[in-house]
Ligand binder design. Sequence first.
Ligand code: G3D
Length: 185
Amino acid sequence: MGLVTILKKSKRKEKELRILLLGLDAAGKTTVAKQLLQQDVTDVGPTFGFDIHTVEYRDFKIHIWDIGGQESLRSYWKNYFESTDGIIWVVDIADRDRLSDCVTQLHKTLQDERLVGAPLLVLANKLDRNPGVDREKLVKTFELETLCDRPWNIYLCSALYDSQVIVQGLSWLLEDIAEKNFLYA
Ligand code: G3D
């Protein structure tokens, strides 16, 4: 079932969704958000604090909370967890030195009770800089199969160069959220 089908089936007039966009600093979160907004991705700067990007698909209004990933800001992430419908976790797969830190941060974040059940989309970004990476290996590295309390998926992308995979990932996330919250309401 595609995004359009979901939208056609939806019954409520306006649906607002809150999506958290998280990951370590420089993973490509703002680039992902800009691709979704069809904005210039060559002009991104570091996010200090947070930005809210609103993407509209017909009667869906999706508020994407782009939260700064610097170490000093991570303790504040929890302030944004309330009423989250879904999580997009962006990882720089070329940043091998921080991969294990990224995995630790992801699982630490998912432990928060306010995020229980929220579907997780992992965007394995900067594929152009690590083209040989294997999806199944990433699933293992990120211990995604241990996540029994939520739907998850992982898409490999190069946010700087291509929006298609990101849109596919977002569609997957919306499908899951819509099925739970709207179609069977
Ligand atoms: P953040 O919001 O997670 O902190 P940004 O990350 O979106 O600000 O991106 C950090 C840097 O990574 C940016 O480069 C951006 O252009 C680059 N980037 C994002 N996605 C990709 C990608 O798919 N491939 C490559 N090669 N680079 C990417 P600068 O130079 O502005 O720091």
